[in-house]
Ligand binder design. Sequence first.
Ligand code: NA7
Length: 544
Amino acid sequence: MTEHARTSVSGTEVLDAIVIGAGFAGMYQLYRLRDGLGLKVQGLEAGGGVGGTWYWNRYPGARCDTESHAYWYTFTTDLMKEWQWSERYPGHVEIVRYLNFVADKLDIKRCFRFNTRVVGATYDAAANVWRVRTDNGDELSATYLVTAVGCLSTANVPKIPGLESFKGKWFHTGQWPHEGVDFTGKRVAQIGTGSTGIQSAPVIAETAAHLTVFQRTANYSVPASNAPLSDSFREYVKNNAELIRQNMRASANGQPFFNSDRLALETPEEDRQALYEVAWRRGGLQFRGTFQDLLANKAANDTAAEFIKNKIRAIVKDPKTAELLADIDHPYAAKRPPIDSGYFETFNRDNVSLVDVRNNPIEAITPDGIRLRDGTEHKLDIIVFATGFDAMTGPLLRLNIRGRDGLELAKVWEGGPRNYLGLQVAGFPNLFTVTGPGSPSVLCNMPVCIEQHVEFIADAIAHMRKNGLKTMETTEAEMEKWVAEVNRAANATLLPQATHSWYLGANVPGKPRVFMPYAGGMQNYRKICENVAANNYQGFVLSA
Ligand code: NA7
């Protein structure tokens, strides 16, 4: 026990901190509190190992859309120099291997209880502790509670009547069986054409007898142009680790590249097309940075949208399928822009077909397959739900968190998430939410915003302990102001124009439509947080 640990009235040890989740965020938070501050910390993780999102998302083709040399911890360049990625975009197996490498290096696995899901967390004001219950029946107490549960960890399986009657097998991509799924010779349905579906369809099609993709909303996608990394690039990364880290921290999206200063609307048509063509061939998320005004101006965005739609029409041979795939109803990158490895080309295979469920929705799942509203029935052996997540709020709400006087987080958020800086909710002292709604989170390269939050939280706790302060809690007034700022930032962009986006909670029936991530840019958000800390944690009430 460290000198900081104390004992509760019932005699059970009170930990300094509990960290929920063993992904990028939880691992670093635990390390930072334990080794940086010398606290007694317990980690709790539902999965059987470290990895977070990547522990669960093992579906065919699962791969990160941030380039590998930017998808890792950068809090120390030592780790950047020791690890070598093999491909331009890291696949899920390699990411889990990387996170295990870091966990072993930092010796943090011994501080996590795996296969342990948190089912409740209640603040005990008299003792100033959080009491956390797990599905193993344990109760743990700690002064500080940090959630590091990720933004995309609560699977969204649509409630389609009849699913329980299906005689075949079904899977959600975010809860993929660790032993894998054999599609050989099977008639497979994939519902969903977001980033996940766009990654999985080409791989499933390679072995399935037939793959039918059920598309509700057509989506843009740009080639990932994934490839093995050359030795010279890996050498470059090693020699330039500090520069890469600085660029990631200075950019709006936590990426190692910067968006161009050029404006699409001020660029002559011929040059504009040439620039898009170069960006298309280079591939990846950088396509979004071809021009500065793509997410600010609809007419500018239209130029990128039309370029991609024309590419789809050129790639897909069957004109009807091509038109369905290119019939995209929202601005480019207003929803998360996928990148792919042969997605549109997949529809040129004889064993792949596309079904429009926008105009002819899925009515029921039958024992033998999927029935559409017009009565058409698709006979199936396997259904893959690539239907996304109850994003951002879902993972937090299912923790069943109660603050002062039994106040339920679910109650405070019934009209949508409200908090300060995405970090704290009034009525929930000493509870910190890493990459909570209202922070840049999913609009940023996740490790970058995670590191910033983890460091902010660790510094705030250090400040409290140094100054003999017992609680840190934001106020209703600060939450109001921050929610207004989150809305202002979103409305300054085209992002809210994708009205069916999970950024808005629109993919989950009944979920409040509130734009959740902070769209003001990671570099600006970082400055806001630095000013808050420098001004004695302005917006938080610190009590002795
Ligand atoms: P997304 O981006 O939420 O995509 C889910 C897809 O599933 C999307 O095409 C949805 O159509 C579709 N969907 C959801 N429910 C249904 C029903 N009931 N019927 C038909 N189609 C449905 O999730 P992903 O897993 O692809 O990606 C999530 C993030 O992970 C991604 O953005 C990256 O950040 C990593 P819709 O568009 O709602 O009409």
